[in-house]
Design a protein around this ligand. Sequence first.
Ligand code: FAD
Length: 408
Amino acid sequence: MSLDTSTAAGRPAAAQERLYGVCDYYDAESLLTEGERRVLGRLRSFLDEKARPLLADYWERGEFPDQLARPLVDLDLMEPAELTADGPTRGIYQGFRIFELARTDASLATFYTAQAGLFRTAIRVGASPEQQAEWMPKVIDFSLKGVFSLTEPESGSDIAGGLSTTARLDSDGGWVLDGAKRWIGGAATADVLAVFARDVADGQVKAFLVDREAPGVTLEKIHGKTALRIMQNAHITLDGVRVPDSMRLHNVNSFRDVAAMLRAMRSDVAWIATGIQAGAFEAALRYVTERQQFGRPLGSFQLVQEKLARMLGNVTSALSLVVRLTEQQARGIYRDQDSALAKMQTSLLMRETVALAREVVGGNGITLESDVARFHADAEAVYSYEGTHEINALIVGRALTGESAFTR
Ligand code: FAD
């Protein structure tokens, strides 16, 4: 039986030249231009040759392979010159960029998305035109690295009302921040932290770019994680941290502006949840093709084939969903419930897919030797971040009924 996942499902010869074989069953890749495929192909080579060999070891150590950070930036994936002659990169390219990263490793996808998704979105939505003109080129070339610091130790799902980090306007026109932030991904290697705090004067949420090394900022690594061990998350304490008004995101004046950011970021996470499934499915398919029991490949048993079919169905559903969402967004349609539905549904499918992948790999499915163990564990963090299942379901429920059920 062939080990090549692109031919395992009997696809026509032309399909073998595609970037994504069987995990892109209905050929969503055909929506990409040749140039976009070329850039993604470069990313693929980097991930296969430089990143993949390191992943199991760094996952076990709970460390990020720092030697990958610069070469990943140097791939110039964010707004590559060869794709931007006529304007910024297209959403479908950005989606497949996340898919490609997550298909290799959920932490790498989260790490890249912290800058290219979360921080960039904070600047795009929250900065004034003048601030954007100054900062956006640096965000794109990573000379200004930032992270999104919203969640707090005592407020996750209820952050809109519960956010308790304070911002006080001082007599010199600057701001003083006090409070704590939890789970902030990539904070230890960022230049600035985009911190959301409640203005004590008007009670509204505002946003500030805080120098990571400013006096009063303390970062502690969150240890002992059982998911996304490669991605580094920080607990941040802010104690009388001074920020000039020029570093306040001038277009963030209430939580409504933060919600507009989350709307865009949730679609990125739906692409991550889709890519994880593709990676887990491909690894499982490879394994059942190679491994023999009862003198036959595992993949020849009916009960194993049923699981393969379910995994493929899940990956195909998730990919179809995020592609359609991305097409809608390209037409300017951004609604809370759309990205919440996509994050919720792709994450549900992801949980089932990684569990099935782990199952068909048997005992080896819980060792880091098989990629499925990493995907299986990491999926749990993705399931919870960027809005839990319940919170995204409640956003969809509110849109369907007109009734907010968050606090009843
Ligand atoms: P809680 O809010 O305490 O929820 C616990 C459970 O209760 C969940 O199942 C939840 O769905 C349920 N629940 C809560 N309220 C309701 C309700 N009204 N009805 C029904 N069920 C409810 N945040 C950032 O700001 N920046 C980051 O970079 C970042 N990165 C992260 C990376 C990782 C690996 C993780 C795990 C988290 C990260 N987060 C980040 C935080 C993340 O967004 C929160 O974990 C998430 O919003 C959930 O909050 P919580 O963990 O406090 O759970």
